[in-house]
Ligand binder design. Sequence first.
Ligand code: ATP
Length: 253
Amino acid sequence: MAMLEIDGVSKRYGGLQAVKDVTLRVGKGEIVSLIGPNGAGKTTLFNLITGFARPDSGRVRLEGEDVTGLSPEAVARHGMVRSFQITNVFANMPVIENLRLASYLRMRSPLLSDVFGLRSARDRAARTMKEANGILDLVGLARFRDTPAKRLAYGQLRLLEIAIALCVRPRLLLLDEPAAGLNSREGEKLTELLRRLRDGRGLTVLLVEHDMDLVMSVSDRVVVLNFGEKIAEGTPAEVKENPQVIEAYLGTP
Ligand code: ATP
């Protein structure tokens, strides 16, 4: 069963068809990128998936469970986690505490704490610390453990956002332009991290991105939107050579 199934989803704003009858699948452990020109409907589709907007028609399913039209909080509780640029970071808090807070909030959720069988506050504290340290190592921020988040460089902050999202233990991680504002070295680090998350942890990722180096090097599949419609889908190599995609978005190589 696919991790995410989007079936015939549409959204209209007044006279504008922002998303039109889009169907797509994201398999477990896959990295899928959503690309397309400005205004193609990528962010709107993210909003429809994550409960920030309601589709006019169509269904969204996470591992077979219908999450169409649920609130963003309810969607997040189902394990679909969206990393927002910077807004989830507490600037004055040390990096490690930002992560522990995210782990702690997850464990406080009655449903999930049952699953984890957590009994005492001390149990929780020990677990959140262990988990936060592990994730800091994984994203390469261990040396900034006690640094207030506001002292991080921009590229490090973007990694911190991903680390915070990981603390929620997503089934599906949605990243909105994770490479925006990164230099090429930071972009490469991000590519490596996403590969490590997929290959090492089996994480499933859907991302919206304009940075074609990142998209082409990290994606298992690429989905192309134009004027709200899906115009192509395939491996990076297939999409790169698709005449319709070249005309609408990529231009002549
Ligand atoms: P970008 O790459 O610039 O972020 P995008 O592919 O994410 O673009 P969207 O932001 O989804 O595109 O926008 C698709 C269309 O829907 C645009 O024409 C946009 O103006 C319109 N739109 C999006 N949200 C709303 C809204 N809440 N009300 C009215 N129009 C909207």
